[in-house]
Design a protein around this ligand. Structure first.
Ligand code: GDP
Ligand code: IMO
Ligand code: MG
Length: 432
């Protein structure tokens, strides 16, 4: 029987997961998202077009492949419809190859307002949420108040909807949050809500499934499945820099609960990381560069959020954090992305340890969110040349190969793919 391979991010998100899933899709029958929601922005580039996906798996451009939105994912009907419409502009009819779990939870319009109200109440301590309603919708799931895709088929859906909406309005009133005048997606609440509700009929055109049965049957039928992670390991609700995290388990364990597969069915775990680090939103970032090197990474890497457009914070590669992520996920192979963004540097730094109150450590302590970790760097001579057009590993400059080997030596997991540009074709498979 085949197993479910997993591809996920090892840093704070935006590692280039979408691009790599798209590249690997020809090897699989099914691509499935298992957690997160429209806080994700996964960018795919091919044939001169750039496309950003939020809820829909990154295998959608391969028309013969099945894409599944699993039970662990949150769906905002408005954003989902917009994604579907953008795909139609690219002549992709997702009704043909996209299936949605009936157990996936809904993000209601009022969840988005609650997200905004909670962030406003936190003031300077805000998480820096994407404000897509992720925290409040997962909260309702855990509190057993949530509404799911399958509920849309229920004759009393509107009654359930209004009940939950009214509960939310009471909370918003408590926060003195005037929901009627607040804008969502540049619309006042009533207009946004009307658009959200109007999508219900459209979603019924999709194959709404019991995805846990579908996926387990597919495995029995020897179909190959790739689970696509969103966000990154350092944003995991349990193991990220809490409270500056997202509200789901972004790690391999999340595949079991987010798709309904047992742990023994997990196959390869492909961990994606950037050749440096970025973070969007608040929270500790030991190797952050608030200087011209950080600016250069942001400019050369075009580091602006795919979902919110916010500038991403940039810094050097953090090996203890990478080792931590590899440990939590059981990573079996690595993908390094955006290596080309370092082209213009003469030297690059890599953090191998932290200085923590005067002691050198190589783990992440409990109170890491208090910005107590100072990076201890090793300087590496860079390649200082344009490598974007190189298509075989052997043709890489020696210093670049040395950088890759240096990382492998420290994390003890092979790097099997190197991404040297945003386009699908700029992907180098390394024969191990
Ligand atoms: P994801 O959320 O992990 O899918 O990543 P995002 O799409 O949010 O951010 C990654 C960004 O880097 C996107 O704009 C990609 O098009 C781009 N990208 C991916 N791989 C590479 C690469 O190897 N080099 C460069 N220069 N850009 C890349
Ligand atoms: P992809 O899948 C980068 C960050 C937000 C914020 C924190 C909590 O594209 O890698 P939330 O909206 O979940 O309440 O925000 O998590 N965040 C991401 N950062 N990439 C993402 O997804 C992210 N999804 C959430 O910026 O700091
Ligand atoms: Mg992203």
């Amino acid at each position: 029987m085949k197993k479910v391979d997993v591809l996920l991010g090892l840093q704070w998100g935006d590692e280039g997961k979408g691009k790599i899933v798209d590249v690997l899709t020809p090897d699989y029958d099914i691509i499935a998202r298992f957690q997160g929601g429209p806080n994700a922005g996964h960018t795919l580039e091919f044939n001169g077009i750039k496309h950003v996906l939020h809820t829909i798996p990154s295998g959608i451009f391969h028309e013969k492949k099945i894409n599944i939105i699993g039970n662990g994912v949150l769906i905002d009907l408005f954003i989902f419809q917009r994604e579907i419409d953008k795909l139609i502009e690219r002549e992709v009819d997702a009704t043909k190859n996209l299936k949605i779990s009936k157990k996936a939870h809904l993000i209601l319009p009022t969840h988005r307002l609650l997200d905004a109200a909670y962030e406003a109440a936190k003031g300077k301590d805000k998480i820096g949420s994407t404000l897509k309603g992720i925290g409040p919708a997962y909260t309702d799931r855990t509190a057993r108040n949530g509404l799911r895709i399958g509920d849309l088929l229920h004759p009393q859906f509107m009654q359930k909807y209004n009940q939950l909406k009214n509960q939310h309005i009471e909370i918003l009133k408590f926060h003195n949050f005037d929901y009627q005048t607040q804008q969502i997606e540049k619309l006042i609440f009533a207009d946004y809500e009307a658009k959200w509700l109007a999508v219900i009929e459209n979603i019924k055109k999709f194959d709404l499934i019991d995805s846990e049965y579908y996926i387990n049957q597919a495995l029995k039928d020897n179909k190959s499945i790739l689970a696509e992670g969103a966000q990154g390991t350092l944003l995991d609700i349990d193991f990220g820099s809490y409270p500056f995290v997202t509200s789901s388990n972004t790690i391999t364990a999340g595949v079991c609960t987010g798709l309904g597969v047992s742990p023994d069915k997990i196959g390869k775990v492909i961990g994606v990381f950037k050749a440096y680090c970025t973070r969007v939103g608040s929270g500790p970032f030991p190797t952050e560069l608030i200087n011209s090197d950080g600016e250069r990474l942001r400019t050369d890497g075009y580091e602006f959020g795919s979902t919110t457009g916010r500038p991403r914070r940039c810094g050097w590669l953090d090996i203890p954090a990478l080792q931590y992520a590899i440990m939590l996920n059981g990573v079996t192979e690595l993908v390094i992305t955006k290596i080309d963004v370092l082209n213009s540097f003469e030297n690059i730094n890599v953090c191998l340890q932290y200085d923590y109150n005067g002691t050198q450590i190589d783990y992440i302590p409990f109170d890491s969110e208090e910005n107590l970790l100072k990076p201890v760097y090793t300087e590496i001579k860079a390649w200082n040349s344009n490598i974007n057009q190189i298509s075989t590993y052997n043709h890489f400059p020696e210093n670049l190969k040395a950088y890759i080997q240096f990382i492998e030596k420290h994390v003890n997991v092979p790097i099997s793919i190197v991404s040297n540009g945003a386009d699908r074709t700029q992907t180098i498979f390394r024969s191990m």
